[in-house]
Design a protein around this ligand. Structure first.
Ligand code: AMP
Length: 223
């Protein structure tokens, strides 16, 4: 099974993606996380991508598209849930073409809808676990609040060290990422609409609901 996950930064898309991936044994492919791994590892690709990511700009297509398509091809047998790509109409068209050429079918498009202001508040309070970036931790939500250990906040799931992404604490970077997401002309919403105009099944859920409620709704619609 192959699934595309859409939702603005802060909508809980990563958390829901991890639940769906687990349930169906899919590879969870997150373009942003692949870039962060490259940056951590000091690779050439990481060095090229770093400045774009820190400012909230898109990494150029000539770097991003081949990187994602190569990763997808490796998961052809297992199936995948792709998160963070496509982020533009051009990437949607490139993905559609590549899927057709490689004989991979797209089974579902999942869209978590959320108002821009709420998404922004959520981004600033989220924390990343050093052991697993899909362990949900957020300083403003009781259900997923980090726990305190020796005066430090640690991951509520595994006790791992927590950090905040630099681009999550920078209001200009958040605003740029959201400008790209909500843009219906050439941005991510244009990519969502591109797939809405195909015959792929769309699973649309309201991102203001709780994590459990949203995941139940998504899993109910995947048959
Ligand atoms: P994310 O973890 O999805 O918030 O992505 C973090 C950053 O990685 C984004 O703000 C972009 O700079 C870069 N990035 C992730 N996915 C893409 C993509 N599909 N196209 C271009 N840049 C991307």
């Amino acid at each position: 099974m192959n699934i595309l996950a859409f939702g603005p930064n802060g909508s809980g898309k990563g958390t829901q993606g991890a639940i769906v991936k687990e349930k169906y044994g899919l590879d969870h492919i997150e373009s942003g996380a692949i870039f962060r791994e490259h940056i951590k590892g000091g690779t050439e690709l990481g060095m090229k991508a770093k400045a774009f990511i820190e400012s909230g700009d898109l990494v150029p297509d000539e770097i991003t598209i081949p990187m994602v398509l190569e990763t997808l091809a490796k998961s052809k047998e297992k199936g995948w849930l792709l998160d963070g790509f496509p982020r533009s109409l051009a990437q949607a068209e490139a993905l559609d073409k590549a899927l057709k050429e490689s004989g991979m079918a797209l089974d579902y498009v999942m869209e978590i809808t959320l108002d821009r202001e709420i998404a922004k508040e959520r981004i600033m309070g989220r924390r990343l676990c050093a052991n697993d970036n899909n362990h949900p931790n957020h300083i403003a939500f009781d259900a997923i609040k980090p726990v305190e250990k020796d005066g430090e906040l640690v991951c509520r799931v595994c006790g791992g060290e927590l950090s905040a992404r630099a681009d999550d604490q920078d209001e200009d970077a958040i605003s740029k990422r959201h400008d790209i997401y909500y843009d219906e002309t050439t941005g991510t919403m244009a990519a969502v609409n591109y797939f809405k105009n195909t015959d792929v099944e769309i699973i649309a859920v309201d991102g203001t609901k709780g994590i459990k409620e949203i995941s139940e709704e998504i899993l109910k619609q995947i048959s």
